[in-house]
Design a protein. Structure first.
Length: 226
């Protein structure tokens, strides 16, 4: 239908600089949260979980007292952060946040080595092959998490965060366990079972804060959600 001579007012769109600044501001919180979580997991990597010995009461082969650390327990929080970010901003910005976090961590590591705060990374921290396997497995797990959340977001609201966290965790466990230096024996199977149970528990428990934040952290326009 004709507009009967009524002039249309052109809609002004934000310029490139404004969009860039907005994106950078939106990245601050998720990038900081991801870096803090990975840093906490690193610092707690040698702190044992005393309660893990109780798993032996279910099956002696599931005894995780020798290798379960609080670093492993904290690590799945990465997927909760990614889920919240994906819910609010969508997959593109969430992927960018994960990428920037890895860049910052890598830059910090290079600075520490350059300043001599760590003389021999392989001896003082972790062997290079294992560090590379961890970074690769976690990067792949983050990608799986983000894509799964974007694919399943909607109704019911819990499906996307639960399955995204679970699939991301399983992807990390399987990929990291397939590294060439990992011993392939019965102990590895038991460890896979325990770690899978850990990520399943995390996927369930993180639904509680996710549900509490649903009204506060709403998806931006253009992203579905419930």
């Amino acid at each position: 239908m004709l507009d009967s001579g009524v002039d249309r007012v052109p809609v002004s769109r934000p310029g490139f600089l404004a969009r860039l600044v907005t994106a950078l501001l939106r990245l601050i919180v998720p990038v900081a949260a991801l870096c803090a979580t990975l840093a906490a997991a690193f610092l707690l990597r040698e702190v044992p979980v005393a309660e893990a010995r109780y798993l032996a009461s279910l099956d002696p082969r599931l005894d995780a007292a020798e290798w379960m650390t609080w670093g492993l327990v904290v690590l799945p929080a990465v997927f909760f952060i990614l889920n919240i970010t994906s819910r609010r901003y969508g997959p593109a910005l969430t992927l960018t946040a994960a990428f920037v976090a890895w860049l910052l961590i890598g830059g910090a590591l290079i600075l520490v080595l350059y300043e001599g705060l760590i003389v021999d990374f392989s001896e003082e921290v972790v062997p290079y092959p294992e560090a590379a396997a961890f970074a690769g497995a976690m990067a792949l797990a983050q990608l799986v998490n983000i894509l799964t959340f974007d694919w399943l977001r909607g109704i019911p609201w819990w499906k996307a965060p639960f399955l995204a966290a679970l699939m991301g965790g399983i992807a990390f466990v399987v990929t990291f366990s397939m590294r060439p230096t990992a011993p392939w024996d019965s102990a590895l199977i038991a460890r896979l079972i325990v770690e899978a149970g850990l990520y399943f528990s995390w996927a369930l428990l993180q639904l509680v804060p996710t549900g509490m934040l649903r009204r506060t952290i709403r998806p931006l326009s253009g992203f579905g959600g419930a």
